[in-house]
Design a protein around this ligand. Structure first.
Ligand SMILES: O=P(O)(O)OC[C@H]1O[C@H](O)[C@H](O)[C@@H](O)[C@@H]1O
Length: 530
């Protein structure tokens, strides 16, 4: 353990500061040594070269044979073709034009002068960024209030629709899906379309699609004369799409300054092109992650923003980091099982939940504190002489950082001056680039997600099995056991799945059970006519 004087010196030696953004990155509480820096230097030479190639339009996602262009969204001049440059700038202009017309009431729902609400339908990268940004800039008097449907959960859908109530007639529905075929988003859309019909409303006149060119959703939107649509490009991944139409349209509609978000990202991008690792905040983060987890993700990343508005940052980063870095194979086909687990909510709230374990339990993590210097735009009363609530918040952050470090738990601290469009855009860009660098350091493709497909395919198989089970019961005049059904449909090795499906149908009043609920093989099943 270093002395306080040595630590203070280490802090100053490694402190990064972005002059225009007022953002600091402190990696002094990660225990790397000068030797480690020397060792990792060549890996960064490769990482910087990879990044140059990626930004100039190389096929950086080889498995899907795609370019990776999210950095062009805020520096269109870097895009490799004139067509791409035009696409990016025209889309931003169209978003602003559309937003201005919605706010002015020039575009309005059929039965009212103004839209009052946005209902954003999408999942994963088509939801996490918009949700994070909405929470960052939430306020009482937004031009349009946003709600989200990001699941295939009927009860969750009921709640959101109930809360909208009569305002459904003045709700602008954004259906966001790059592929245009993700079942959760498609289901939620169908449910909302149904709710519109039930309320006697014309869904198409209030619906916008944000989707990939040529997708099923695009065809559906065009075929049904939806209000409008905005493009998603195949060279942007869902998890890096916040600064594309996916994030910018909902943000602009909520009155968030999207030009400032883009400018913040642009400034951070410029800083993270610096090939002097010590002067590059994303390289510093990637280096610190590499050291902390031994280049193998041996330690989890606990993200603790001490600011309520940044609550969803850890959830946003969970997808960005884990879907990008969590890979079985490296780029040479070796089995590597890479990844960094990310979790966290916010401080000081989490101090009263799991920080006990962080401080004293399994030392399998490093923390990332996000500090916001400005307490609030308003002045606040003193809660003690000379002390306001914001002073407490800083005290808690500093206290936890020291308490963890004193017990051998490392941390990074990212400090932003204020939660603004500029700094939020910059934070997104900072972590996007850190993920890109880390992927180069460990030689993996950060831009595909082959593992997600397995779950999707298995899910589709369950639905196919459900159809067979229901058909079998429908064509039977007597009740049947699981064994009998499995034999009939030649699915003996799926009997456990059949049981889970039957139990769900039973709980939803579609199947009758006779027998002992604690002994699945005693059950006799019969379909309840609907
Ligand atoms: O935008 P979509 O095509 O609907 O995709 C939504 C999400 O679903 C997939 O399963 C991917 O793993 C995510 O990366 C993606 O963001």
């Amino acid at each position: 353990m270093s002395s306080a004087v040595e630590l203070w010196q280490r802090y100053q030696d490694w402190l990064y500061y972005h002059v225009d953004l007022g953002i600091y990155v402190d990696i002094s509480r990660i225990g790397f040594t000068p030797d480690f820096i020397t060792q990792i230097q060549p890996k960064f030479v490769k990482a910087f070269a990879d990044m140059k190639a990626l930004e100039s339009g190389a096929i950086a996602n080889p498995d899907e044979h795609r370019m990776v262009g999210h950095y062009w969204l805020r520096s269109p001049e870097l895009a490799p073709t004139e067509e791409l440059r035009r696409d990016i700038t025209e889309t931003i202009d169209r978003i602003e034009d559309f937003t201005q017309k919605v706010h002015a009431g020039d575009i309005h729902p059929p039965t009212a002068d103004r839209f009052t609400d946005i209902l954003s339908i999408g999942i994963g990268g088509s939801a996490l960024g918009p949700q994070f940004v909405a929470q960052c800039f939430a306020k009482a008097d937004v031009p349009l209030k946003i709600s989200f449907l990001d699941n295939s959960d009927p009860d969750g859908i009921d709640l959101v629709l109930d809360l909208l109530g009569d305002r459904l007639s003045t709700t602008l529905v954004l259906v966001i899906s790059k592929s245009g075929g993700t079942p959760e988003a498609a289901n939620a859309m169908k449910e909302v379309e149904f709710a519109f019909k039930k309320a006697g409303l014309d869904f198409a006149k209030q619906a916008i699609a944000i989707t990939g060119v040529g997708s099923a959703l695009e065809k559906y939107a065009i075929g049904n004369n939806w209000l409008d649509q905005f493009p998603m490009y195949d060279w942007i991944g869902g998890r890096t799409s916040e600064l594309s139409a996916v994030g910018l349209l909902p943000a602009a509609l909520q009155g968030i300054n999207i030009r400032d978000m883009l400018r913040g990202a642009n400034l951070m991008d410029a800083a993270t092109r610096n090939e002097d690792m010590r002067q590059n905040p994303a390289a510093l983060l990637a280096m610190a992650w590499y050291f902390a987890g031994n280049g193998k993700g041996e330690k989890d990343m606990v993200v603790l923003p001490y600011k309520d508005r940044l609550l969803l940052f850890s959830r946003y980063l969970q997808q960005l980091v884990m879907e990008s870095l969590g890979k079985e194979k490296d780029l040479d086909g070796n089995t590597v099982y890479q990844g960094i687990a990310v979790y966290g909510n916010k401080g000081s709230t989490d101090q009263h939940a799991y920080v006990q374990q962080l401080r004293e339990g399994v030392p399998n993590f490093f923390a990332t504190f996000i500090e916001v210097l400005q307490d609030s735009a308003k002045t606040h009363p003193e809660v003690e002489e000379g002390v306001v609530t914001g002073d407490y918040l800083l005290g808690f952050l500093q206290g936890t950082r020291s308490a963890l470090y004193d017990n051998g738990r490392d941390s990074i601290t990212v400090t932003i001056p204020v939660v603004s469009e500029l700094t939020v855009g910059a934070l997104i860009a900072l972590y996007e680039r850190a993920v890109s660098f880390y992927a180069s350091l460990v030689n993996i493709n950060a831009y595909h997600q082959p593992g997600v497909e397995a779950g999707k395919k298995a899910g589709a198989k369950v639905l196919a099995l459900q159809k067979k089970l229901v058909d079998t019961l429908r064509s039977s005049t007597v009740s049947l056991s699981l064994q009998e059904i499995a034999v009939k449909i030649d699915a003996l090795d799926e009997i456990e799945s059949l049981y889970h499906i039957a139990r769900h149908l039973h709980a939803n009043c579609k199947i009758l059970f006779e027998g002992d609920l604690s002994k699945p093989m005693t059950l006799k099943l019969m379909l309840i006519p609907q």
